[in-house]
Design a protein around this ligand. Structure first.
Ligand code: R5P
Length: 309
């Protein structure tokens, strides 16, 4: 078993390697003057099970291309099998045609990764479970719910209600509420234009309650900031937010700072160390222990799902 780090999230890769007590594969990943990606593997990997770790986060196109070229380099170096570990799987939100004549980018990206030579995918909180079916190779989708539930229990908050920030998040919210034994509320969100969100209705009573909003992605921050305001308007006590993938585009961090959110807890699937350094409202939980444990189980052909029981 060997681990090759892409350049999108070196901090997480090093952390994973440390957990596995492995050295990262010696490689040279750089850009040509025109931006094209160059990958060279500097050690023998013939016959090895290789895990290439790369989130397809911003710059999504560059990071995706780098992942594909890494996989191609590994395949041509006679790796026995290649697992693409994609902690944050970008392009996942276009997983169906919501309006006519649009692409289904999640399917296209799945095809690209498979055709480049990956034998297996390991990801975290895929935007939609059915993306697993876009691949014709095995996909292990890890969940943050147990980690978030543990964090909530440790915080000793009482009078909690879990809130889905939109209808798409109900299943995820229910899974968390079951683990911490709380009720759920649901926000009816509309998107009047791309990147804009509006709260239409709130189903459930949040008055005097500590609200836990849970979502897979925070991008512009609009969904969560509006949701927090709507909950406060309905008499919520405090609003805490648990998000797996902190995309945090544009002015998202500033919006969160000025918002009604008491605390945002997220993970390191995307490297945001520069964006949120010393930010008191945002806490990061590392997923390196969970991801490395899943990688170990894949390498040893033991159960990954039992991680979540
Ligand atoms: C949408 O289906 C996702 O789960 C997130 O709610 C969404 O991507 C968040 O985007 P933003 O932060 O830009 O509102």
């Amino acid at each position: 078993m060997k681990v090759l780090a892409g350049t999108s999230n070196l901090k997480l890769c090093k952390n994973i390697a440390r957990q596995l007590r492995l050295k990262l594969v010696n490689s040279n990943i750089r850009r040509f003057a025109d931006g094209e990606v160059y990958v060279e593997i500097n050690e023998n990997i013939r016959g090895n099970s290789i895990f290439v770790v790369q989130s397809t986060s911003n710059p999504a196109n560059d990071n995706l291309m780098e992942l594909l070229i890494c996989i191609d380099a590994l395949r041509r170096s006679s790796a026995k099998n290649i697992t693409a570990v994609i902690p944050y799987f970008g392009y996942a939100r276009q997983d169906r045609k919501v309006v006519p004549r649009t692409a289904i980018s999640a399917k296209l990206v799945s095809n690209l990764i498979t055709n480049s030579g990956a034998n297996r995918i390991l990801s975290v909180d895929l935007h939609a479970g059915q993306i697993q079916g876009f691949f014709d190779i095995p996909v292990d989708n890890l969940f943050t719910t147990p980690i978030f539930a543990r964090h909530i229990k440790k915080s000793k908050l009482n009078n909690i209600i879990c809130v889905a920030p939109d209808v798409g998040g109900v299943e995820r919210t229910r899974a968390l509420s079951r683990r911490i034994n709380s009720n759920i509320a649901i926000i009816d969100k509309r998107r009047p234009a791309p990147g804009k969100s509006e709260v239409m209705n709130l189903v459930g009573n949040v008055k005097g309650k500590n609200c836990i909003i849970v979502d897979d992605i925070i991008d512009s921050g609009g969904t969560i900031v509006n949701a927090a305001k709507a909950l406060k308007d309905k008499g919520a006590k405090d609003v805490y937010v648990y998000i797996t993938h902190a995309v945090l585009s544009g002015s998202a961090v500033g919006k969160i700072e000025k918002s009604h959110i008491k605390k945002l807890i997220t993970t390191d699937t995307i490297d945001n160390s520069k964006k949120i350094a010393n930010n008191k409202k945002i806490e990061i939980i590392s997923l390196a222990p969970m991801i490395s444990e899943a990688m170990k189980r894949i390498a040893n052909s033991t159960s990954v799902s039992s991680l979540f029981k």
